[in-house]
Design a binder for this molecule. Structure first.
Ligand SMILES: Cc1cc2nc3c(=O)[nH]c(=O)nc-3n(C[C@H](O)[C@H](O)[C@H](O)COP(=O)(O)O)c2cc1C
Length: 406
């Protein structure tokens, strides 16, 4: 698998993307110069390449149940030996901050995920379930590390149309925190029952775990607040509980220390990330991933800091995401900055993203207006594959020739 797959597809040749040509062309490059397309052994998972589908909330899981169209969407993006990470999936009824996001706390949800996971497995992919609790990023009786409300931005109401201010959260008491740890544990067990190959804990982007990590949010005076070690405690308890339940070799976690989404800022993101990675080392997880500071998808700031010190502090497999192109994705692998690179916005817009990457073919542009809509097809499963586009172009050329000839 892997190199052979790409050797076959690369032989077909393709046009290069003009927009990216200067900095990002891989046309004519050897596979060695495309480190993202080299195989990688991630624990028991034999990956054929290092391009990962980043977790992406798509808001198309009606009543918190994954739908048949999710099976089509994920299968379209599956290549043999790939790694896909699911959209953030709620650990309890109160966990979700957005309309139509899936859950994994009930038997009905487990059953609904099964055909989605199977669709990915049938095409030879590995599939991890990202589990989350949105915490105060919500409008209904949210819980958090703090009583402070999010000041910037609005929350989208369940209708998916109207927006409102975020509600004021209730800070979890020290005594009730273990219940939330347990919810993560059970959700992880459910994900494995649904057939997922592993679980990814969402520790970033201003959601519950991040609300404990960041000193711009966490104002606690108990053992979960204050020092970085204390702020990492909730995350580590979740990691420990989930690892005990499903095994550390099936578990990864994502953090975004540099991001300020949902007012979750930290005064020293590098120190936080390094301490987090150091604490995580003892649990021997399958991987950790970190969102780079330059990710601007959700309004984050661009800084000159990077996850490099965090990568150095972490002893197991490490991936990065956030604003990567072909060129700097390859460079991240080549330089040892990461073992894999996650692609977010471009991947939904390009169901055959990996193939296009291998060929140096043009990429479809993503349409932001469809990121979070509830349509089961538009902006979801209807982005064209390369062959469809080429066919359309051939037909157009043929038509032009016929017109000229007549
Ligand atoms: C529509 C959308 C939904 C997202 N949903 C999630 C999510 O559920 N979980 C998560 O960890 N990150 C989420 N992210 C962040 C992405 O995983 C990724 O880090 C981000 O898009 C930056 O990568 P990119 O520059 O390749 O797009 C989302 C981003 C977008 C644009």
């Amino acid at each position: 698998m892997g190199l052979e797959y790409f050797a076959v597809t690369s032989a077909a040749g393709a046009k290069s993307d003009d927009a990216e040509k200067k900095s990002d062309s891989c046309n004519g490059d050897s596979l060695q110069s495309m480190p993202l397309l080299t195989p990688y052994q991630l624990g028991r998972f034999q990956l054929s390449h290092r391009i990962v589908l980043a977790p992406l909330t798509r808001c198309r899981a009606y009543n918190a149940l994954p739908q048949p169209h999710a099976a089509i969407y994920y299968a379209q993006r599956t290549t043999p030996g790939c790694l896909l990470i699911s959209e953030a999936t709620g650990i309890s009824e109160s966990a979700s901050g957005y309309p139509c996001t899936p859950g994994i706390w009930s038997q009905e949800q487990i059953e609904a995920w099964k055909p989605v996971v199977k669709a990915v497995h049938d095409k030879g992919g590995y599939f991890f379930c990202q589990i989350w609790h949105a915490g105060r990023v919500s409008h209904t009786a949210p819980v958090s590390s703090t009583n402070k409300r999010i000041r910037h931005g609005k929350v989208t109401l369940p209708s998916g149309k109207e927006q409102a201010d975020y509600s004021t959260p209730r800070a979890l008491t020290t005594e009730e925190i273990p219940q939330y740890v347990q919810q993560f544990r059970i959700a992880a067990r459910n994900a494995i029952e649904a057939g997922f190959d592993g679980v990814d804990i969402h520790g970033g982007h201003g959601y519950l775990v991040d609300q404990f990590l960041k000193d711009g949010v966490n104002d606690r005076t108990d053992k979960y607040g204050g020092s970085i070690e204390n702020r990492c405690r909730f995350a580590m308890e979740v990691v420990e509980a989930v690892a005990k339940e499903i095994g550390s070799s099936r578990l990864g976690i994502r953090i975004s220390p540099f991001a300020d989404f949902a007012d979750a800022t930290d005064s020293d993101p590098v120190a936080l990330g390094v301490q987090f990675a150091t604490s995580l080392n003892k649990y021997n997880l399958l991987y950790m991933h970190c969102v780079e500071p330059r990710m601007k998808a959700a309004g984050e700031i661009e800084t000159d800091q990077s996850s490099w010190p965090i990568r150095k502090a972490y002893k197991n497999s490490f991936s990065v995401g956030g604003g990567f192109t072909r060129a700097d994705g390859n460079e991240a692998i080549r330089s040892g900055k990461a073992d894999r690179v996650e692609f977010g916005r471009l991947f939904p817009a390009n169901p055959d993203f990996v193939k296009r990457f291998a060929l140096g073919a043009p990429l479809n542009k993503y349409k932001r207006e469809f990121f979070y809509t509830q349509d089961p097809v538009i902006g979801y499963t209807n982005y064209p594959f390369l062959e469809q586009q080429n066919l359309q172009e051939d037909l157009k050329n043929l038509k032009d020739l016929n017109l000229k000839a007549s």
